[in-house]
Ligand binder design. Structure first.
Ligand code: SF4
Length: 342
């Protein structure tokens, strides 16, 4: 009886190994869903999950670094099933550990809105097996929906985007799907903040001449202070956006903003100075870079720092020659970005 049990167990292990291998065959796809680890300005080293099909987001923010959205929808859609995602994350964590490094968080974020994914709770539950805390960075557009609120409850940290409390500014800055209503979203965030038991943080991006006036900031401060939250982060665009209107306010204005925020918002953190970009490179340089640039352009210095040998150098040259990635400049700095035309 025991012999049969052992035989069955061995067969099951072999079969699951084959299944995992076949799931990982299209590695570039998996790497685009599971990216990093990158050093986040808020959470340390995070392994990013971007399980939303490319180009799908309920917003089309002027400062979005991942390129223009071909679809702006509130339909629910994802790339990998919870099991496929589990396998992709498992392999990635194994590769990271081989480099002697580790991560601090697994974070659902990237070039689409994670709350669009109706399987988010199942994915979070499966990924919990790895023992890391889970964060979700949402643009908040669907938080008025009770189901979305329930799904977000599964995460240890939820970061909500609130760039303004003014509907006209929201339309200009976040360019939302036409079915969305801002007063419902703001009410939804408030409701969620009352009953969410994890760590709630907020995120605001200041864009020159859009949401950087005194009146805008005072209105925002009042609203943020009414939420049950831990920290409010404020930042400026640091990656090349799809549109050149999304630029940082001038230096004088940034000082004024800083003073006003310190005076009016409880628990603020200003992430105004772009930090040096860092990511942990495993042996698969090409897919590593592809995964990262699909989320946002990466500083050329950061990429060059992670080239380990001539082979990586050749890969980089080939990716540029084949127009898979391109070099772009933003605010005096050079980046490698995904070539949308490739
Ligand atoms: S910045 Fe985020 S919320 Fe805005 S369009 Fe890009 S992915 Fe969507």
């Amino acid at each position: 009886m025991n012999t049969l049990k052992n035989w069955l167990q061995t067969k099951a292990t072999i079969l699951s190994g084959h299944l995992e291998k076949s799931l990982m065959k299209n590695k570039s796809l998996k790497c685009k869903v599971v990216f990093g680890p990158i050093r986040s300005r808020r959470l340390g080293y995070i392994l990013g999950i971007n399980n939303i099909k490319p180009g799908i987001c309920s917003y089309d923010c002027v400062y979005c670094p991942s390129g223009s959205k071909s679809i702006c929808t509130i339909c629910r859609t994802k790339c990998l099933s919870p099991y496929e995602l589990y396998v992709a994350v498992k392999h990635k964590i194994e590769e990271i550990k081989k480099t002697g490094k580790d991560i601090d968080y697994i974070a659902f974020m990237g070039s689409g809105e994670p709350a669009i994914d109706s399987d988010l709770p199942n994915e979070i539950m499966k990924l919990r097996e790895f023992g890391y805390k889970i964060a979700v960075f949402t643009n908040s557009s669907l938080i008025w929906n009770e189901n979305v609120q329930e799904n977000l409850k599964f995460a240890d940290i939820v970061s909500v985007k609130i760039d303004t409390v003014n509907q006209d500014t929201w339309i200009k800055l976040n360019r939302p799907h036409r079915r969305l209503k801002y007063d419902t979203i703001l009410e939804g965030i408030k409701r969620f903040s009352k009953y969410y038991k994890g760590h709630l943080i907020t995120e605001t991006m200041f864009v020159k001449d859009m949401n950087d006036s005194e009146e805008e900031i005072e209105g925002l401060a009042k609203y943020l202070n009414s939420l049950k939250r831990e920290i409010s982060y404020f930042m400026y665009p640091i990656f090349p956006p799809e549109t050149n209107v999304a630029v940082c306010p001038n230096i004088e204005k940034t000082y004024k903003i800083k003073e006003l925020i310190k005076k009016t918002v409880k628990y603020p953190v200003l992430l105004c100075c772009p930090e040096e970009e860092e990511f942990i490179a495993t042996d698969d340089f090409e897919n590593e870079l592809l995964g990262l640039v699909s989320i946002h352009p990466v500083r050329t210095e950061a990429v060059l720092q992670y080239i380990k040998n001539d082979k990586d150098n050749l890969i980089l040259e080939e990716m540029i020659e084949k127009h898979i990635i391109k070099e772009v400049e933003f605010q005096g700095k050079r980046y490698y970005a995904e070539n949308a035309a490739s």
